[in-house]
Design a protein. Structure first.
Length: 426
């Protein structure tokens, strides 16, 4: 009977023949006991993981937010839009660059609309900063001379009142349409500016309308502006004979490239430039500019992400180091466990779980720090940051994988210890 009890007690010390919830729970508790024995060391070990995961989330969040902002910016600028800028005139061996010479006229814009089939809308433009006043309030904003096609081509509809008419443009009337931010600065929040008279560069302008709120586009905010007829701006305000740019609307997105080529060919012929010679203007495709900007942002995001992955790997090496130290410190414990029947896989599982716990805790803290960091970056710099659930899941999964990868060697080393040698270890 006594022998039976002894055998029963011996079997109680034996690990189960196969892994189940109880055995995994025991291994987890032992791993937690091993880690909590030195909390500061465990935290410092996970610091690399925390920084790496946080940096990955912030970097990808900035990249995704920037791409979304670029896409939104394209929609704000208008659909199927190309912009012609004067410049790129060759002076001997030296390229003068975009905007270096005024070569575009109002007649050019009218000729393009009539002579290029793929163009369905056109809006020449001039611009200058000016002081705008109403009673005792004043603000310095961009004053834009545009045509009646501006709201449609630039996807910026009128919110109150109306846009000026072609007859008002031809007659050089002093009428204006203002942005919501300018209206707020001059008349106060919620006020209706229509029907009021403001002074633009010392001249009285009657407000006929206010555009809907659109939001900023890089260095330019169309809500902080005053829009007047282009003939009024050129002849009465700025004294200009040339336009600063011409915005063209292509028939559809699919013909953007063709439209760009057609405009270049047409304007070269109109300006008397020989085929193959450098043009005195530049046609910019907004989609191409957006793609170039997106590629630059993608390169930046990739660079930061790679640096963050390096940080994760450094954190993984820290986990490997601390696990090797832990194996050395607990050699006698391993010997005792093996002496009472623990198998190699039991010891292996214990130390892999410890490494997984380290990396998982680091991953969780890293996710939290990454989300907070992304919000701080967005608030401080005004950048668009988009943290997606897939980014969080990917970062956390990679951190866990790093823990298992770098924890496997110490766990394997611990599992291979011989009981007798481990018990003799001092």
């Amino acid at each position: 009977m006594a022998a039976t009890n002894t055998n029963h007690q011996g079997n109680a010390l034996q690990p189960p023949s196969s892994w189940n919830a109880v055995s995994i729970g025991i291994a987890l508790l032992m791993a937690l006991r091993g880690l909590t024995a030195n909390k500061l060391r465990a935290f410092l070990t996970t610091l690399g993981i925390i920084i790496g995961v946080g940096a990955v989330i912030v970097a990808i969040g900035i990249g995704e937010g920037s791409r979304a902002a670029v896409s939104a910016s394209i929609q704000k600028m208008g659909t199927n839009v190309l912009t012609i800028i004067p410049g790129q005139m060759q002076n001997g061996p030296i390229g003068m660059g975009s905007g270096s010479s005024n070569t575009l006229t109002l007649e050019d814009s009218q000729a393009i609309l009539a002579g290029v089939d793929s163009v369905i809308g056109i809006c020449p433009q001039v611009q200058n900063n000016a002081q705008v006043k109403y009673k005792n309030k004043n603000t310095s904003v961009g004053v834009y001379g545009v045509t009646t096609s501006f709201p449609k081509i630039n996807n910026h509809p009128v919110g109150k009142g109306r846009f000026f008419s072609e007859s008002e443009d031809k007659a050089r009337r002093r009428v204006a349409v203002i942005g919501v931010t300018t209206s707020k600065a001059l008349f106060g929040k919620g006020a209706d500016p229509v029907g009021k008279t403001i002074r633009v560069a010392g001249q009285n302008f009657y407000i006929v309308g206010m555009l809907k709120k659109k939001g900023g586009q890089g260095f330019r905010n169309p809500d902080e502006a005053v829009y007047v007829p282009i003939n009024t701006a050129m002849k009465r305000l700025f004294g200009l004979k040339k336009v600063q740019n011409i915005t063209c609307q292509a028939r559809s997105f699919g013909v953007m490239k063709k439209c760009q080529a057609d405009i270049e060919t047409f304007l070269k012929k109109r300006h008397g430039i020989a085929p193959g010679a450098d043009a005195d203007f530049t046609v910019m495709n907004q989609a191409d500019l957006a793609n170039a900007q997106s590629e630059q942002q993608g390169t930046f995001t990739t660079l930061i992400t790679c640096l963050a992955i390096v940080s994760l790997c450094v954190g993984g090496i820290g986990i490997m180091n601390i696990m090797l130290v832990s194996v050395t410190e607990r050699t006698r414990e391993i010997g005792v466990r093996k002496a009472i029947g623990a198998r190699r896989r039991d010891v292996l599982a214990q130390f892999i779980i410890e490494a997984l716990l380290l990396s998982s805790v680091g991953g969780i803290l890293g996710v939290v720090s990454g989300i907070i960091g992304a919000r701080v970056v967005s608030a401080m710099n005004g950048w668009a940051v988009s943290v997606q659930p897939t980014t969080i899941l990917m970062s956390f999964s990679f951190a866990a994988a790093v823990g298992v990868f770098f924890g496997f060697y110490p766990a394997m080393k611990a599992s291979k210890l011989k009981p007798i040698e481990a018990l003799r270890y001092e």
